[in-house]
Ligand binder design. Structure first.
Ligand SMILES: [Zn+2]
Length: 593
């Protein structure tokens, strides 16, 4: 990292016994993030030599592969630079404060040599330290060691048993803060980069509770050491899972107030459960990883939906959040799905298969054409858990069984359905899959089992995401527009719901609404007009469509009851209370109604 301000990683790759020629390639994607990212576009200045001053000929074969004519050299040195200025959990970022990388974006692999041991030396600028879940090589410094026990000099030298482990172990180099804790005698660490209102001791203690919870649920910890890399930023939230680490992008505001902090802890829980669900147990279709092209599975709903479901449950079961938070979240997710025309068109299987071109490439038509395997998957995981609990089992048990049965070779495409059939019978299992996974039917949630029920109402504002009972000041029935408008300074239409009044009248995504009936409107005023005109009324909108001023007259319609919330039933039975407690590890809230 001699040029951090230029965002250039310098990579020197030494390949022993290269033979007469070898082909080197850079992955086009990184596991866990199903999008072809073409990392090779960031490579520059690639050249090769034999380490003794003799240049070796290099030929570029295609967008991401190179042939090196080694001609009997003992070692082929391939040297190149990689531009790294994209701060996401899947990419590489180097600047004056830190260098972060996922190996898939940085390290060429030798075709046919993925299974060989790889050694990595990281050479940061003076004063920087290095954190990674990779084990130190002999003589290397411990990246997760205590400050006192850590020698001030020595090399940052690591060993990966193969290329998969190398690129599955992101590296954070810089001036991050490091907190460590032990669970079951294993070292865990949080390496946190960026400024924000966090309390690292508190975060470390709460992360420990999450780790202990999942260790109990899954029966031990399947790694030697584990690292949470945390990047703070102001815009986005995200995570990428690895077998012995994770990278989390967290908002600086993600520590206060409590709601925001619980979201952050949920991200920790989500990525941590992936240690088992998508890493320890992988779709068989992704074994082994093919770094050169897309790999397809119908099971992403299981790996992301179930993990999202446990993200919420883990917070309840560790008492890091209260059941009322979960009921609100559940209502919001149900609302979001109820408002999504795409849910009637795309099944969970299709959502999984098309992740590469749909989920990871959303556009203004996504809401009308697609469904998220995270969001619907989470609700189907709940439906599955309730189905299993009705039959005397649980999703906990199914998760453990699948892990034990298939961790070695990967989860077959029909593995979940087969295991479900063993528990609830073949016809019930195939009916569940036909409706929820292969089909687009409404989700059957047997919430009565745990003393809950779903309620419905109309939206009470553009920002009304559901999850809560109606405000008492409902007023007269609103007219329904059927478009979502952004919350920025300009009133821009972000999507138009298929079949809605806005859709029929010809209001388009990206139209900028500037006036209604000749008067300027902002978001609040536009909502007020919907109340003023009512379901029989007409909105006279003036919009900028690209650079052209256009009039759009929208006859309104009665608003659908597409806003849902979940609350305890009026008089829960002892059996319902017991089922809720067994499920969430906390009592059914009495005052949520
Ligand atoms: Zn995930």
């Amino acid at each position: 990292m001699p040029e951090p301000h230029g965002h250039l990683f310098h990579v020197d790759l030494a390949i022993e016994q290269p033979g007469d020629e070898l082909v080197l390639a850079l992955p086009v994607w990184t596991p866990g993030s199903y999008l072809v990212r073409e990392f090779a576009r960031h490579i520059e200045g690639l050249a090769a030599d034999d380490g003794a001053g003799r240049a070796l000929e290099v030929e570029r074969l295609d967008k991401h592969r190179f042939r090196v004519a080694a001609r009997g050299a003992t070692v082929a040195w391939v040297r190149y630079r990689v531009f790294a200025h994209e701060l996401t959990v899947r990419t590489c970022h180097l600047d004056g404060t830190h260098g972060f990388f996922n190996g898939a974006g940085l390290f060429l692999y030798g075709e046919g040599r993925l299974r060989e041991e790889h050694l990595l030396e990281v050479v940061p600028p003076p004063g920087w330290k290095v954190a990674t879940a990779l084990a130190p090589a002999p003589g290397g410094r411990d990246p997760l060691g205590d400050a006192e026990g850590d020698p001030r000099d020595g090399r940052w030298l690591f060993r990966a048993r193969d290329y998969d482990e190398l690129v599955d172990s992101p590296v954070e180099a810089g001036t991050h803060q490091l907190a460590t804790f032990e669970v079951l005698g294993k070292r865990h660490a949080i390496a946190l980069w960026g400024r924000g209102g966090f309390d690292l001791d508190r975060l470390s203690e709460d992360a420990r509770r999450i780790v202990e919870h999942f260790a109990g649920l899954m029966g031990g910890l399947p790694y030697a050491r584990y690292l949470f890399i945390v990047h703070l930023n102001s815009a986005a939230r995200g995570g990428l899972e690895h077998a012995s680490s994770t990278t989390l992008l967290v908002k600086r505001s993600g520590f206060f107030p409590r709601d925001a902090y619980e979201e952050t802890l949920g991200l920790f829980a989500h990525e941590f459960l992936h240690v088992w669900n998508v890493k320890g147990l992988r779709p068989a279709a992704l074994v082994p990883y093919d770094y050169g092209r897309e790999q397809y599975t119908r099971l992403l709903w299981w790996f992301e939906g179930v993990t999202s479901y446990y993200e919420e449950l883990a917070l309840l079961r560790t008492r890091l959040a209260e059941p009322k938070r979960y009921l609100k979240h559940l209502g919001e997710e149900l609302t979001s799905l109820a408002r999504l025309p795409g849910a009637a068109k795309m099944s969970l299987e299709d959502a999984s298969l098309t992740a590469w071109v749909k989920y990871y490439r959303p556009d203004e038509n996504s809401a009308n054409s697609a469904v998220s395997y995270y969001q619907k998957g989470e609700l189907v995981a709940l439906a599955l858990d309730l189905l299993l609990r009705r039959a005397g089992g649980s999703l906990d048990d199914l998760l453990r069984t699948l892990h034990q049965r298939h961790a070695a070779r990967g989860l077959p495409e029909d593995g979940v359905e087969v295991a479900l059939a063993e528990r609830v019978g073949g016809s019930a299992a195939s009916a569940f899959f036909d409706k929820h996974v292969r089909g687009t039917g409404r989700i059957d949630l047997d919430l009565e089992l745990v003393g809950l029920e779903i309620r419905r109402r109309r939206a009470q504002g553009f920002d009304d995401k559901g999850g809560t009972p109606p405000r008492p000041d409902g007023g007269p029935p609103q007219g329904w527009l059927g478009a979502t408008v952004g919350s920025g300074p300009r009133l821009t239409v972000s999507s138009v719901s298929e079949g809605s009044p806005a859709w029929r009248a010809g209001l388009y995504a990206e139209d900028e609404i500037v006036a209604e009936s000749g008067f300027r409107v902002d978001r609040a005023a536009l909502w007020d007009r919907l109340g003023e005109r009512g379901p029989e009324g007409v909105l006279g909108l003036t919009v900028f469509r690209r650079d052209e001023l256009v009039e759009v007259s929208v006859p309104l319609a009665p608003a659908p009851e597409d806003t849902l919330w979940v609350e305890p039933v009026a008089s829960p039975t002892p059996a319902q209370r017991a089922a809720f407690q067994a499920w969430c590890g906390a009592p059914l809230p009495a005052d949520a109604r």
